[in-house]
Ligand binder design. Structure first.
Ligand SMILES: [Zn+2]
Length: 316
């Protein structure tokens, strides 16, 4: 057991537990253990939290538990082989040092729109007043508003209260830029609020609440629908004009589904102009509209799309 002392990456509670029985110590050897000083803080946090919740678990397992690895992937055997290979590669490479070395410094001509700053690194900038350079001795007031960070302090040099915010506000409103941009970007990418929360909470990063997210989401959809409508009018108007000038219209169509195979619940049928590659129309279908028959959705979508184009006077 003595060789474990240098591997402080195991939480202390588990170290004690493992120290008490030989069974525990063999368990530890199944995991990749890295020295405490090379562990990034967020991994330490995860480690501390995970170890508290799940007994006999350390972070950075070097192998999946045997029963997990043996489980075949439900879809196909080739897929399951490639999954296994992925994990084997990870097995070799997942040391903290390799992960860090992968990223090289890249010079930027301008500062990126948004960045991820570690709280403690950011606070180092606030040892002195950003205006006059006086050491700040008074306690700094730190708060967050959604994803924005607000730091307030009293400067004895300037003899006044200072307020610094990590984001600008939009127009005359009190809304911070990212509290709107993160939900609207998430809606378009698309990432659900629960995924965002899961990600940000694991990382220890403040995130906008559901009320803000759903508010921005509604407004984003309104804007997207308006823009989509405008664009479609422009394109169809142009196609119609060309057709009146004697040009024939050829279209191609294809559908995307929420899942592969014959069990798709929803599908989106796109009809595009073969010559210009411009999308002419799109239809969302649910398999309930085709009596539960998923593969019939594509045909039904095409029928609706052609009908719509016909209604607008476009002969295909
Ligand atoms: Zn000052």
């Amino acid at each position: 057991m003595s060789d474990l002392k240098e591997h402080d990456a195991i939480c202390h509670r588990h170290y004690e537990e493992f120290s008490l029985c030989d069974k525990g110590s063999t368990n530890i050897k199944k995991h990749l253990i890295v020295p405490e000083n090379v562990l990034p803080n967020h991994i330490k946090n995860i480690r501390n939290n995970v170890c508290r919740e799940i007994p006999n678990t350390t972070v950075l397992p070097s192998k999946l538990p045997d029963n997990e690895a043996a489980k075949p992937h439900p879809s196909s055997s080739t897929l399951s082989e490639s999954y296994d290979n992925d994990f084997d590669e990870m097995d070799v490479d997942i040391t903290v040092e390799n992960v860090i070395e992968e990223e090289k410094e890249e010079e930027q001509n301008s500062i990126p729109n948004f960045l991820i700053a570690e709280g403690i690194n950011l606070m180092a900038l606030f040892q002195r007043c950003c205006d006059c350079g006086t050491l700040i001795s008074a306690k700094k007031n730190v708060s967050t508003c959604g994803t924005a960070l607000i730091i307030k302090f009293y400067c004895s040099g300037c003899k006044e209260y200072k307020k610094w915010t990590s984001q600008s506000t939009i127009g005359d409103s009190k809304r911070y830029t990212d509290n709107v941009l993160i939900p609207s970007t998430a809606v378009l990418t698309p990432i659900s609020h629960s995924s965002l929360l899961q990600f940000s909470e694991t990382l220890g990063m403040p995130m906008v609440k559901w009320t803000t997210f759903s508010y921005v989401q509604r407004n984003t959809f309104t804007v997207v629908a308006q823009e989509y409508g405008k664009m479609m009018e422009d394109i169809l108007g142009d196609v119609l004009k060309r057709q009146q000038e004697g040009e024939e219209v050829f279209v191609s169509a294809d559908a995307q589904f929420d899942s592969r195979g014959y069990c798709a619940k929803q599908g989106w049928e796109t009809i595009m102009c073969s010559r210009t590659k411009r999308v002419l129309t799109g239809h969302l279908l649910e398999n309930t509209e085709t009596n539960g028959n998923s593969s019939a959705m594509e045909v039904e979508g095409l029928r609706r799309g052609l009908l719509e184009l016909g209604d607008r006077g476009i002969g295909v």
